[in-house]
Design a protein around this ligand. Structure first.
Ligand code: NAP
Ligand code: MG
Length: 485
């Protein structure tokens, strides 16, 4: 682990395994209560007594730029490690996770210049202005589906503004984040600015949420864990940014570009084995193209290449863990009772080892079925038929979640209208999965609080201070004579 600028050995360990082969890759530290305390103390000291928050923005930015460059130097090895540890395909880690993470450090290094206060017009002889200040010590907790990338989003946007960080990746995917610690060390990041500790959610995660010495928790994970963190965070009224689950609607209208919509639908549910918060896990399909679209979709789904994640041509790798495989197959069993299995639905033949699940599609789904309401977080698609725009919007919004949606149509007036009526944080029109450092990302309803990325993402990590300087002639403000004593 990386605490106060030192690498710390473990007293206890957790075993990391390759989800494709079930081979042991490494043992890594399971933080104790003492480790967590030290990490929090280090971050506290770096914020309260260290120079980090006082450095000029350009100086903090130079560390981020260095980190981005070091990531690019090691990109190949990092991608390989991420693939081995998580079952994410090489295509994913090589073209998305690692390079996009590097870009995030560069982006925040420069975007932080835009975070600034303003001079206010006030009805008084005074100068009133606001300044944006760091929140303090940020506890950052992330899930296992995009570890290296989410570490970048959270850490870069926190530290650039002068915050310090206690960071915990998931026990199911910690290795790339431990490699990141080495990069921070090589970049010469001052002691205690980022502390990386590995361990379980129950212990370390909860410890972060409960600590009175942490000012803010930035959490990505399930809605259930988010709820628990929110309760724990009440102890010292922590600031919260929560990026939670989803059950996003992928709305395909009859007037879509069929090729684009089919390709987009496949990506929206089978990329990363469906382990995406923004998975288009409910396909809302207009009745007039239902049969034709489904036939094509099944044909293409059956052609997806299931294999070892390390092979460059693998489309579908393994899920993260045995537990995840069991949970997903549990939903498949529920789906078989509720709806009609159209393809997939089992462990693929020849994959007894590894945590694989076939890309699976259910038809004749009704939006109130469990497979339409609950987040499965695997390669399982629920297809729901609709006829009117009105009906599509109603079904799309009929969920406790509000993370994202996709709309496929050549009629842009319709696209604008539907986008406006969807209650979610992101709408992709005729595309899927466009994440940009410049664009805010986050959820409505039970998909979360706050935004990550973009200017909004930076502002999450700030407090706003109002400074008011009296300029009354003679130096005596109104309160001087409030009491006539
Ligand atoms: P999770 O079980 O909620 O875990 C997320 C992280 O929180 C892990 O580091 C976990 O540690 C830790 N944790 C678990 N319980 C905790 C608790 N009570 N207190 C503090 N920390 C706790 O979620 P997951 O299964 O890893 O990830 C899948 C979920 O994340 C899905 O719901 C998905 O939609 C959501 N997600 C959301 C976004 C978004 O941006 N909105 C992005 C990606 C994923 P351990 O794993 O070590 O136990
Ligand atoms: Mg692993």
């Amino acid at each position: 682990m990386y605490i106060d600028g030192e690498f710390r050995d473990a007293q206890k360990t957790i075993t990391s395994i390759n989800p494709c082969s079930e081979e042991v890759i490494a043992d890594f530290p399971k933080a104790t209560e003492g480790d967590l305390k030290d990490a929090i103390r280090a971050a506290r000291r770096a914020f309260d007594k260290g120079t980090w928050p006082q450095l000029r923005l350009e100086e903090r930015a130079s560390y981020l730029t260095k980190i981005a460059a070091l990531i690019r130097e090691e990109a190949f090895d990092l991608a390989e490690l991420e693939t081995k540890d998580t079952g994410k395909t090489t295509k994913q880690t090589t073209f998305i996770d690692i390079p996009v993470a590097a870009d995030a450090y560069d982006y925040f290094a420069s975007a932080a210049k835009e975070v600034k206060g303003e001079t206010l017009s006030i009805p008084a002889a005074a100068l009133s202005y606001t300044v944006k200040e760091p929140v303090g010590v940020v506890g950052a907790i992330i899930p296992w589906n995009y570890p290296f990338l989410m570490a970048a989003w959270k850490i870069a946007s926190s530290i650039i503004l002068g915050n310090t960080v206690v960071f915990k990746p998931s026990q199911y995917a910690s290795l790339s984040c431990l490699a990141l610690a080495k990069i921070f060390d090589t970049a010469g990041l001052p002691k205690g600015v980022v502390n990386i500790i590995t361990g379980t959610g129950r212990e370390v995660g909860m410890g972060i949420a409960q600590s009175p010495d942490i000012d803010m928790v930035s959490f990505t994970g399930s809605t259930e864990s988010g709820r628990e963190i929110m309760k724990a965070a009440a102890v010292n009224i922590k600031k919260l940014a929560l990026e939670l689950g989803g059950k996003s609607a992928n709305i395909v209208f009859a007037d879509c570009d069929l090729d684009a919509a089919i390709g987009g639908t496949l990506s929206a549910i089978f990329m990363n084995q469906g382990q995406m918060c923004v998975a288009g896990s409910r396909l809302l399909l207009q009745d007039s193209i239902y049969e034709k679209f489904i036939a094509l979709l099944i044909e293409k789904t059956k052609k997806l290449k299931i294999g070892d994640s390390r092979a460059p041509d693998t489309d579908i790798g393994a899920l993260i863990s045995k537990q995840q495989q069991t949970d997903v197959l549990g939903y498949v069993a529920i789906g078989k009772k509720e709806a009609k299995l159209l393809c997939g639905g089992k462990i693929p033949d020849g994959f007894a080892k590894g945590f694989y699940v076939e890309p699976t599609i259910f038809g004749e789904v009704n939006n109130n079925m469990r497979i339409a309401q609950e987040e499965i977080f695997g390669p399982v698609l629920s297809v729901i038929k609709f006829s009117s725009i009105e009906e599509a919007v109603t079904i799309a919004n009929d969920t406790p979640y509000g993370l994202a949606a996709m709309v496929w149509t050549k009629d842009l007036a319709k696209a604008h209208d539907v986008s406006k009526r969807l209650r979610c944080g992101t709408v992709w029109v005729n595309t899927y999965g466009g994440f940009y450092n410049e664009a805010p990302f986050g959820g409505y309803k039970q998909s979360g609080i706050g935004r990550e990325l973009g200017k909004e993402g930076l502002l999450e990590h700030t407090e706003t201070k109002h400074i008011n300087i009296d300029l009354s002639p003679g130096g005596k403000s109104l309160v001087t004579n409030w009491f006539s004593v």
